[in-house]
Design a protein around this ligand. Structure first.
Ligand SMILES: Nc1nc2c(c(=O)[nH]1)N(C=O)[C@@H](CNc1ccc(C(=O)N[C@@H](CCC(=O)O)C(=O)O)cc1)CN2
Ligand SMILES: Nc1ncnc2c1ncn2[C@@H]1O[C@H](COP(=O)(O)OP(=O)(O)OP(=O)(O)O)[C@@H](O)[C@H]1O
Length: 178
């Protein structure tokens, strides 16, 4: 395959997106603003799962503010465990994969208490397909989400691609904000 031909499988697309994300700097503000509006349009959502951005991902921690319950994941073996975070500056420390994670002592929020999940990803498609980093953490997590919980992919516009080659085990997003 030449570097310019379109990706034909998950592994190709992961490679392409990883190198695109490394090659440039991007502006998070436009997407962060859209998320803020989305949150105010959904006052019924009280408990919201966030993530602490890896390089290239949209940084959404600044959206944490009083009035909602904000859940952040900690990698525990093959699973993600969510804890309540009020103040990212004091409640997080660098953990697995160099990602900032909540302190273990913070209250645990069970997955079925979460009303909406903001999901990071390398790429998404218009059918709600999500390409993650290939460890299956979010698929295993979202299997245990409440059926009515909203799953929202967060990405830069260029990460919305025609096809992420979703497989049967891949849990689809209900929406994508980019
Ligand atoms: N911000 C954020 N938090 C997240 C995820 C994520 O994608 N983004 N995850 C989503 O599941 C989980 C962590 N999964 C990850 C899986 C692989 C790598 C990673 O750095 N992989 C290397 C490859 C080498 C390796 O496997 O260690 C790489 O990408 O270069 C990082 C996170 C939980 N928290
Ligand atoms: N629900 C599940 N239960 C057990 N294993 C799973 C499940 N979902 C995915 N896996 C396994 O995890 C591995 C990675 O899956 P996949 O490529 O879909 O990950 P991903 O969604 O890109 O990663 P991540 O969620 O960590 O960002 C695959 O080997 C897959 O078989």
């Amino acid at each position: 395959m030449t570097p310019s031909s379109p990706p034909t499988c998950k592994a190709d697309l992961r490679r392409t997106m990883r190198s695109l994300l490394k090659s440039a700097s991007f502006h998070d503000e436009p997407v962060a603003k859209k998320i803020t509006h989305w949150i105010s349009d959904h006052p019924e959502l009280i408990t919201i799962a966030m993530y602490a951005a890896l390089p290239g991902e949209i940084d959404i921690l600044e959206l944490i503010s009083p009035g909602k319950s904000w859940a952040l994941p900690r990698v525990e073996g093959e699973k993600l465990v969510f804890h309540e975070v009020r103040s990212p500056d004091t409640d997080l420390k660098t953990g697995a994969f160099g990602i900032r994670e909540p302190l273990e002592t913070l209250p645990i929020i069970p997955a079925d208490k979460i009303d909406a999940f903001f999901c990071p990803g390398l790429a998404f498609d218009a059918r709600g397909g999500r390409l993650g980093r290939g460890r299956g953490f979010y698929d295993r997590l979202l299997e245990n989400a409440r059926p009515d919980a909203l799953k929202i992919g967060i990405c830069h516009p260029f990460q919305l691609v025609p096809d992420v080659f979703a497989e049967a085990h891949d849990i689809r997003m209900d929406g994508i904000i980019c």
